[in-house]
Each structure stands twice: as C-alpha cells, then as structure tokens.
Design a protein around this ligand. Structure first.
Ligand code: ZN
Length: 446
C-alpha cells in the first residue's frame, strides 16, 4: 500500500537531524520512499493523510518490557518490590499458561501501539504466545523467553541468612533448550516483525555454571542477550558474596559479554563497570518511571552517555507510556545532575527512538525516518489544547504532550492505530478475553 503523509512537521532523527515543516513523507509497502518538501510528481498514493499541525516522528522503541505481566497489573503497586519479588512473584508466575500469556501480551501490545511504541524488547515465559500476539497486533518485537536457574514450581525463598535460590541445573537446562528453540524458530517471522534473543533473567537468578552454558548457546546460535543488569541491591550483594565480583565483572568472567547484550536498569553500576560495558558495546535500557515507582536509585545515565554507552529507554511492566518515560528521564536526570538544560527534549526523544534502535542493534532498519528504512512512524496531532500554541514542536511534545495527541501509528508500512482505534484486532474482544484470563488466574492465586 502507498501512503502519503501530507503537511506535517517531520523530524528524521537520522545523523543529519533533518527537520522539515509542512513536509511530505511517502510510504511504499513496508518502506519509507521519500521525505521531502514537495511531493514527487510520479507518486500516487492509495491513502493520503492530512498532517496539518502534526509532528511526524519515528515510532518509539521500548527497550525493556514484559507485555504479559499485565496479568498481574494492580497487584504490585506501593509494595516492597524486592521483598515481593522473591517471596511471591515467581510463585504467581508458576500459575501462568500459554493462553494467559497470549492475552496478556496482546493487551500489552495494543497498549504499546496506543502510546506510539512501534518496537518492544520483551522477555517473559511462553514467548511463542507473545510472538503470536504481537504479530497479530502488528507490533515489531525483539523477544526472548525468560530462563531461570530454578523451577517456577520450586522458586527461591527468603531464609534468616538471605535468599535460597533453589538452583536446579536440570530445570535450567530444559528452560534454556526451550528458549533456544523459540529463538531459532521465530527469528525473522511475521514479515520480519519478530527478532529474537536469549533472556537469562538476572545476574543472581542463575549461577556461574548456568551462565557459562547460556554463553555457549549464544555463541553457537548467533543470538543476542537481554537480561536484568544491576537492578536490585540484593542482586549486587548476592554476586559479591557468591563470586566476590561486581555484576559486569561476573558477566565478563562467564563469557557473556562477547555478543550483543542488552542490560535493563543498570542502577548500581560503578565507574569501572561503565568503562567495561562501553568496551564490550553492551547496551542499556534506562527505565526511570518504574525505578522511581519502586523507590530505587537513579541509574548513572549521564555517566553512561558521557562514556558513549548506547542507552535507550524502557517502561518495564504494566505500562507503555514512552512519552512519559522520555519526559521523566529528562526531569529526574536534571534533578540528579542539577543542570536545567541536561537531556534536552530532542535528546530525550532520540533516546526513545534512534538510541533505542541502536541499543537493540536494529538501527539499520528502524529508529529514524530515512528513505529505505522500515516505515515505523508515529504522528502526533499538536492542534489539541495541551500542545497549543506550537512554538517548538519537539519541546511542545516532550513537555506538554501525551498519548491523547497520537493521531496515527504505522508499523512496517501498515496503519495499526488511527484516531483511537486499532485496525487489526477487535479491542472489545481482547478486553473480554483478557478479563476472562484474569479471573482464571485469580482463582489460582488464592
Ligand atoms: Zn524487567
């Protein structure tokens, strides 16, 4: 299908940092065909969208999600996250099945599109269900199936001397085999919308022997890694006690830093660890909203960015609002640095788009608006009251915009969300099935 976006302000977020007011953007099938001041005479569109007073941006890249964790939404607010994590969450997750994960993921995928997110990096159980759900919603995704060092049926538990992780190599091996099978089977599926990774859960929830095995599989199959990195104080302390090392030092020691690695959170990284992740080209997902919600510390974002580490943004579980995340990243890092001009609006939105694509190793295809790249696009209508008057569209959006400004979302050249409606799935049906799953899950959690 040929789509013509007419008359909007286009910010490309490519190396040249182009912007065109009252510009023209043409899409042919999956790709961006042209971005220009005038429409090429030989281009005839099947669909013309009037983008007057609109801002046209690359779709947001959400670098860290657990789409299906929507199934537990509302059960983990205003709690001691670290406490709940070991005592309860894994026990809850043991009650999940592929059907629940499918509907939970579909709700997450639709919420992503509603918020202008066109790519997510997800890790969860039953990843095939998530891959199926995102494909049906029309969302691009980098998906890994979660691998743990224990069975969900026998999860870790708190003791008087800390956490007993209940490690079991046989259970781990089955999970790893299943995760590799998923990654190889779904890689490039659904018109290339799906790419895959291996997702060992966190530094402390697998042991040395297991991480060494993961590193072997990653090398053998040419896969990227997505894991939680230095997210919690207990994680960092555990590795110190168990291995006498910092988190990054441990990953280096087990050979996991050789291939593409995406680490989520990176709250507790020390200076020498930042140096090491830069050397190994490890990417980081900064997830400031969820970290603040859990009363965690602010990740060393300015230090990582200054060093040259690729830092994208993520929302983690339960919500997909990347615009809020970009705004919050700016605000909280201004408090931390004490600089009122730290992380300007353009750079915050770059973190939500092209920097995220770089963090996932997908910037050849997505993250900026350029001829030949995949047409993953979000159009914001700035004519609404909250973004009037238009003074500087990028600043207007970052400081005053919200998801209500989203007019249109395009993924892989296809309109998937327009004027509040999803084009590929029936929202009411999804809601009904999702609530049915919630009831089923609730009956198992008591
Ligand atoms: Zn997470």
């Amino acid at each position: 299908m040929k789509i013509f976006l007419s008359g909007g302000t286009i910010y490309s977020f490519d190396d040249s940092q182009r912007s065109i007011s009252k510009g023209c953007l043409g899409i042919d099938d999956e790709q961006i065909l042209f971005i220009s001041a005038e429409k090429p005479k030989d281009f005839t569109a099947d669909r013309i969208v009037n983008c007057k007073e609109c801002l046209i941006l690359p779709g947001f890249v959400n670098c860290h999600t657990h789409l299906a964790e929507n199934l537990f939404k509302g059960l983990m607010d205003e709690v001691d996250f670290e406490g709940l994590f070991y005592s309860t969450l894994f026990r809850w997750e043991s009650q999940l099945d592929p059907e629940m994960v499918y509907w939970g993921s579909l709700v997450g995928a639709l919420d992503a599109l509603r918020c202008g997110v066109t790519t997510v990096a997800d890790m969860y159980h039953y990843a095939s269900s998530t891959a199926k759900a995102v494909s049906e919603a029309g969302l691009r995704a980098y998906i890994g199936q979660k691998v743990l060092g224990f069975s969900l049926k026998s999860p870790p538990y708190q003791t008087g001397h800390g956490v007993n992780y209940n490690f079991n190599f046989l259970d781990f091996s089955k999970q790893l085999e299943s995760a590799v099978t998923f990654a190889l089977k779904w890689r490039g599926v659904s018109n290339g919308l799906i790419t895959t990774s291996i997702a060992p859960h966190a530094i402390n929830t697998l042991n040395r022997e297991m991480f060494t095995e993961v590193a072997d599989q990653v090398r053998e199959n040419g896969l990227g890694v997505h894991l939680h990195l230095a997210q919690m104080a207990s994680e960092k302390e555990e590795i110190k006690v168990r291995e006498g090392m910092e988190c990054v030092e441990f990953l280096e020691d087990v050979g996991l830093l050789q291939g593409p690695v995406l680490g989520a959170h990176a709250i507790f990284l020390k200076e020498k660890e930042i140096e090491r992740i830069y050397q190994y080209k490890v990417s980081i997902s900064h997830n400031p909203v969820v970290n603040a919600k859990d009363a965690a510390l602010v990740a060393p974002v300015s230090e990582m960015r200054e060093k040259g580490v690729k830092v994208g943004l993520g929302t983690d579980a339960f919500q997909m609002n990347m615009l809020e995340t970009a705004r919050f990243a700016t605000l909280i890092n201004r408090i931390k640095t004490g600089k009122p001009d730290y992380l300007p609006a353009y750079e915050a939105l770059a973190m939500a788009t092209i920097d995220g694509a770089k963090a996932l190793g997908m910037d050849e295809k997505i993250g900026s608006l350029e001829e030949g790249k995949k047409a993953d696009i979000v159009v914001f209508d700035l004519s609404r009251l909250n973004t009037q008057p238009i003074v500087d569209p990028i600043k207007d959006l970052l400081y005053y915009g919200d998801a209500g400004n989203i007019k249109l979302v395009i993924v892989n050249g296809e309109i998937v969300f327009e004027e509040g409606k999803f084009t590929k799935v029936d929202e009411l049906h999804v809601r009904k099935e999702f609530l049915r799953m919630i009831e089923r899950l609730k009956s198992k959690l008591v």
